[in-house]
Design a protein around this ligand. Structure first.
Ligand SMILES: Cc1cc2nc3c(=O)[nH]c(=O)nc-3n(C[C@H](O)[C@H](O)[C@H](O)COP(=O)(O)OP(=O)(O)OC[C@H]3O[C@@H](n4cnc5c(N)ncnc54)[C@H](O)[C@@H]3O)c2cc1C
Length: 475
């Protein structure tokens, strides 16, 4: 059994546990949401705070080990994960503390969305997040983070007020608009490239606790009409609503789905509302009039339940592959590509979800954050292959790639969504940020992580250092 030389010294130094191949719970400690990734690290350091993180980084650097950061473990990345790497696992840092008076919340770097939602909803408040409650706040926020509240309150990262970051050289920095402002800018979209975030402080918004949902489902034969209707509704969506199109959804055996439609391939339009039930009814009534659905679910529910509604669609251990894309519009050409390609998927779980982006999302200026997508785009598409095992994932992995290729010509620049990238190369990452943003990120990377210690991610390479006598470039 391989052991990292000196691992006992790290064990003695950390407050948290260091788990390696000699431990009975090693397999559990390495498990990731994506069952397609066989990750066998040399050790997992379950850090309990910045000093554990700093010690683990130093230990890894001294021994030339690759360091990988784990927040909620839902990263899509399927590119080769290293053997014998050292994982900085933040899952013991899940504390959340809410200050309802100042409308601020602080959460640990290992919190998942359910932790954040549960604590904030006790006060009728929320941070905009994603639509599956078991994803990590860290990865979600550092790459952007869109969900039901994106029109009302922007991306998760648009609400970041400050962060506690351990840098590659072991310093713990308090980062905000007023402190290390270059790093604060880079964290808001630049992913895990700049350090390990051990805590986040977010702005809160009034939400719920009761919110409203209208879900409408049509069979595949009405795909084009359903997508055109979704486009129309999105065009005039008020800020206190959210819209998601589930394209190529296989109808689940849920209580609200008539039995004769279980397993039917189709298209769902979901509109959520954050004002009154009456206002929401008025918003969604024209949908069923324009295109009578096969079935619908119109209900009010607690916000925390809405956030958990799709949790069972993507349970831990599924094999997954994904790609993301921003589209300026859901043109007739795009709709034709989607409706032609949807029947090509094999696994009932695979689908293409389309989020409408607008409202508060588009209020933020292009250069205000490092977020890698244009603020003028109106739709983000997540192409997701999901299957119970490797064999059944393979055809849908190819399906995702082929649909992505077919849609890419319609995407603007920057076109890909970094949080949905399962495989990426340097060119792909540069294209996702666009040249100017990528270069600014690379300069900041050179300041905080010149040796690219944090490279097991959607990686931004440090800009070349100025030669002796050369001038530093302002970021
Ligand atoms: C089932 C599912 C549903 C999703 N739904 C949405 C959605 O609705 N909206 C949306 O915007 N996205 C969504 N995503 C994408 C999601 O935002 C990304 O996969 C995100 O990276 C997951 O974060 P994590 O912390 O769980 O993952 P991890 O695998 O732990 O981390 C992902 C990346 O972030 C880095 N990282 C994580 N934590 C830290 C930290 N504390 N400090 C520094 N670096 C860190 C890691 O190095 C890694 O590169 C979904 C993904 C899945 C799998």
């Amino acid at each position: 059994m391989q052991q990292i030389p000196g691992i006992e010294a790290l064990r003695a130094q950390l407050t948290g546990r260091v788990i390696d191949k000699s431990d009975l719970d090693y397999d559990t400690a390495c498990s990731l949401w994506n069952g397609a990734i066989d990750h066998r690290p040399a050790a997992v350091a379950r850090c309990t705070g910045p000093s554990d993180v700093a010690a683990t980084i130093a230990f890894g650097r001294e021994r030339g080990l690759q360091v990988l950061v784990r927040g909620g473990a839902h990263g899509y990345w399927a590119t080769a994960v290293p053997e014998n790497d050292l994982v900085i696992d933040l899952s013991d840092l899940r504390g959340v503390s809410v200050d309802p008076g100042s409308r601020r919340v602080w959460c640990g770097g290992g919190a998942i969305l359910a932790d954040l939602d549960a604590a904030t909803q006790r006060h009728g408040l929320a941070v905009p997040g994603g639509v599956i409650s078991h994803i990590g706040v860290s990865g979600l926020a550092l790459g952007g983070g869109f969900g039901w509240l994106v029109h009302k309150a922007g991306l998760t990262v648009d609400n970041l007020l400050s962060a506690e970051v351990v840098t590659a050289d072991g310093r713990t920095l308090g980062v905000s608009a007023g402190k290390h402002s270059d790093l604060f800018w880079a964290l808001r979209g630049g992913g895990g490239n700049f350090g390990v975030v051990t805590g986040f402080e977010f702005r809160l918004h009034e939400v719920g606790p009761l919110v409203h949902l209208g879900l409408f489902f049509w069979g595949a034969e009405h795909g084009a009409e359903a997508l055109r209707l979704g486009r129309e509704v999105a065009a005039s969506l008020p800020r206190d609503a959210g819209l998601l199109l589930a394209t190529g959804l296989t109808a689940p055996s849920a209580p609200f789905v008539p039995e004769r439609h279980h397993g039917r391939l189709g298209y769902a339009l979901m509109v959520t509302g954050f004002s009154t039930a009456r206002r929401h009814q008025r918003l969604i009534a024209p949908i069923r009039e324009a295109l009578p659905p096969l079935f619908e679910l119109v209900t009010s529910l607690p916000y925390v339940e809405l956030q958990k509604m799709f949790d069972s669609v993507a349970p831990w251990g599924l094999h997954a592959y994904g790609k993301g894309l921003y589209l300026q519009e859901l043109s007739d050409e795009v709709i034709a590509v989607l409706t032609e390609r949807i029947p090509g998927k094999s696994s009932p779980m695979s689908l293409i979800s389309i989020f409408s982006l607008g409202g508060a999302f588009a209020d933020v200026a292009e250069q205000e954050t490092a977020f890698g997508g244009s603020r003028t785009t109106r739709f983000v598409l997540n192409l997701t292959a999901l299957a119970p095992d490797a064999e059944s994932l393979a055809p849908d992995h190819a399906w995702v790639d082929s649909v992505w290729q077919a849609l890419a010509p319609y995407a603007g620049e920057p076109g890909s969504s970094v949080n949905s990238m399962a495989d990426y190369d340097e060119k792909g990452v540069q294209a996702a940020y666009g040249s100017a943003k990528y270069q600014r990120l690379a300069r900041i990377k050179a300041r905080y992580d010149p040796e690219n210690v944090f490279r097991m991610n959607v990686n931004i390479k440090p800009a070349p250092q100025p030669s002796a006598g050369g001038s530093l470039i302002a970021g």
